[in-house]
Write a protein that binds this ligand. Structure first.
Ligand code: ATP
Ligand code: MG
Length: 408
């Protein structure tokens, strides 16, 4: 088959010891699944994966695949030299430059990575020979080793490769290498960033959203679905569990202490998310909380919500300020959706003067006195599942009764 070649650089995986093979295998599988339905082949070499994909695969798809896959620190569409020799490298360089990849003004650099130390010429000698060729094609370009506009890279490994357009990857570890988690996804700025951040450490994530229709509108649900679809490529696909929680919210409003409503709701959310996690084999909860961002995110408040479940709760944004979170949200393209003005249910039911220094013991007693088990079970049973994958969204399957085996 006619194919294009991408040289993919592994980051942290290269530092792994005995279990490195597991990480590499996961990375190749994650890339391959995003290149479907096109045929691809992955060959590995020290610190690199050579990804060959059918020529008919649109560049856009291949580029999106590589730029949304965790475990990749850099990649470039590359060309293989016909043999491992200086003549072949020069020949390939001429061929690439004759297609005019740079513009005539600005600066350039030759970057030589000589992984095979037995290659007869050293990096400097290779760079000098290639600089002469660049000068022939681009007489006005000047050399700038620090901040070049253009870089021609040569990698001398078991084979030789030349490329002119190297891109940065998103780093991290391949999704699926660190176990499964459940992201509590609201419509705000923080939780999609929290999901992205934990997927970056290799977690495979499901998402759950607590919907209080009609207090929160269909548009609020559409917004959360949109957010799930935007983070889905980074998560290697995901499922969104939409939990109907209107009755639970109303019950807390009508039977609880007003100032404690937000925290009681959060406690009920944790309990419900825990139940869903048990059904779907997720072993950690992930939230978008950051210390002191709002009243329900003080240390005392988080101590209380932690005590509601035995599960590990990961709060990757805990030490970040809003500016930092917004920057990531913009990078991953969720920001514009997150700021759409549809109210989240926490906000709709918020008390005017929420408690900020709750006492864990007293709050637990108050929560237990509400006897919410039946309402929580009902909410779990009526949860609707949406599945997001590279092929798009599969619309709501309702009824969570038993975990479907062998998924994801
Ligand atoms: P976000 O910007 O993600 O909405 P936030 O700063 O608005 O977060 P809160 O509304 O207090 O803060 O929620 C804190 C975290 O609790 C969220 O980041 C999310 O993980 C979870 N959460 C809140 N509301 C919901 C909901 N309706 N469904 C699912 N998770 C929720
Ligand atoms: Mg919110």
């Amino acid at each position: 088959m006619d194919e294009r070649l991408y040289l993919v650089k592994e980051g942290e995986i290269a530092l792994k010891g005995g279990n490195r093979i597991m990480f590499e295998r996961k990375l190749r599988g994650n890339i391959r699944s995003k290149l479907k339905p096109y045929q691809s082949r992955m060959d590995k070499s020290k610190g690199r994966v050579y990804v060959s994909v059918e020529d008919s695969c649109p560049r856009e798809q291949a580029e999106k695949a590589l730029s949304t896959t965790f475990g990749i620190t850099g990649w470039a569409e590359s060309e293989r030299c016909r043999e491992k020799s200086m003549e072949a490298i020069m020949e390939k360089t001429e061929e690439i430059l004759s297609r005019n990849p740079f513009s005539s003004q600005g600066s350039f650099k030759i970057d030589v990575r000589r992984e095979d130390k037995s290659f007869p010429l050293d990096s400097h000698a290779v760079a000098c020979a290639l600089a002469d060729i660049v000068e022939k094609y681009y007489p006005s370009l000047r050399v700038d080793l620090k901040n070049p506009d253009y870089t021609l890279t040569v990698e001398i490994r078991n084979q030789c490769f030349v490329y002119t357009d190297s891109r940065k990857g998103i780093g991290g570890l391949p999704v699926g290498t660190a176990g499964r988690g459940m992201l509590l996804l609201s419509g705000g700025i923080d939780s999609p960033v929290a999901g992205y951040t934990m997927a970056k450490r290799g977690l495979k994530l499901d998402c759950c959203y607590f919907h209080a229709y009609p207090y929160t509108s269909e548009m609020a649900l559409e917004k959360v679905k949109k957010l799930a679809s935007l983070i889905s490529p980074y998560l290697q696909g995901t499922r969104l569990f939409v939990v109907p929680f209107t009755k639970g919210q109303e019950y807390i409003r009508d039977h609880g202490v007003e100032e404690e409503a937000t925290l009681m709701f959060r406690a009920a959310m944790m309990k419900t998310a825990e139940k869903l996690s048990l059904l779907y084999h997720d072993i950690a909860l992930v939230t978008g909380e950051a210390v002191s961002q709002v009243a329900s995110q003080t240390l005392d408040a988080m101590t209380f919500t932690d005590s509601m479940t035995d599960m590990l709760i990961l709060r990757p944004l805990c030490g970040m300020d809003k500016e930092e979170i917004i920057k990531v949200a913009k990078d991953i393209d969720t920001y514009d959706t997150s700021i759409l003005p549809y109210e989240d249910c926490c906000v709709v039911f918020s008390p005017k003067h929420p408690v900020t220094r709750p006492d864990k013991k007293i709050m637990k007693e108050h929560f237990e006195a509400l006897h919410m088990d039946a309402l929580i079970n009902e909410a779990v049973e009526n949860t609707v599942i949406y599945t997001f994958s590279d092929q798009g969204i599969e619309e709501g399957k309702s009824g969570v009764r038993k975990a479907e085996d062998g998924e994801n």
